[in-house]
Design a protein around this ligand. Structure first.
Ligand SMILES: Nc1ncnc2c1ncn2[C@@H]1O[C@H](COP(=O)(O)OP(=O)(O)OP(=O)(O)O)[C@@H](O)[C@H]1O
Ligand SMILES: [Mg+2]
Length: 196
């Protein structure tokens, strides 16, 4: 039976060190872990707002955060992990890393990506598609498996609208549309800004 989902308002009472460890176990990168644990994030940013909505209402299996660089997509996606990290098996996976997995040699890693309770697939679009579109079929499999089993999944990407559909195809886009919130973020980059 699928584990009981938790709502954002039930955020676990872990201390910072425990939260940092949980996030590390999920493979959230150090920079992102630090920003999350410091707790100075602006929750009014579009990506954060969407992440909060998606976490709280649990209506959609997928959340796609699409938009320009530095708009807070990765931070917002990792925030969803922080909300769920006490009780769930969670995986943060950059798409270029997933593209490097072989279906045979890395089967444990792939199973984790397919079956974990919450997956964040970061930087979709930065991967090499590989010979004969290897990544496309792998990504299709990930979406299909997680769609069919209603496993919560957050995707971040710089590909928006038709560019996303052109690259990943109608099959994937159709599933994400039906079972997901597809959010396009048009804010400016926050990188290098002293105050948020
Ligand atoms: N909600 C937030 N509040 C305050 N600062 C933020 C927030 N989100 C992001 N930032 C700042 O913006 C920087 C970039 O955020 P992030 O890495 O999430 O961007 P991104 O949209 O994933 O960019 P890219 O498309 O290049 O991967 C962070 O390092 C952080 O300094
Ligand atoms: Mg990012």
């Amino acid at each position: 039976m699928a584990p009981k989902k938790k709502k954002a308002k039930d955020t676990p009472q872990l201390d910072n060190e425990q939260r940092f460890d949980k996030l590390e176990y999920a493979r959230v990168p150090k920079r992102v872990r630090r920003l999350l644990v410091e707790g100075k994030l602006d929750m009014s940013k579009h990506a954060m707002n969407a992440a909060r909505r998606w976490t709280e209402n649990e209506e959609h299996t997928f959340l796609v955060l699409a938009g320009g660089v530095g708009t807070g997509k990765t931070i917002a996606a990792a925030w969803t992990i922080e909300q769920a990290c006490e009780h769930h098996d969670i995986c943060f996976m950059p798409a270029p890393q997933l593209a490097g997995f072989s279906r045979y040699g890395d089967s444990d890693e792939l199973r984790w990506v397919l079956c974990c309770d919450l997956l964040v697939l970061d930087d979709l679009g930065m991967e090499h598609l590989g010979e004969r579109g290897y990544f496309l079929s792998l990504f299709d499999e990930v979406v299909e498996e997680r769609y069919e089993n209603e496993r919560r999944t957050v995707i971040t990407t710089n590909f928006t609208g038709e560019h996303f559909v052109n690259r990943y195809g109608q099959r994937v886009a159709d599933r994400l549309r039906e079972a997901g919130l597809f959010i396009e973020i048009a804010e400016e980059s926050m990188r290098g800004k002293e105050d948020f």
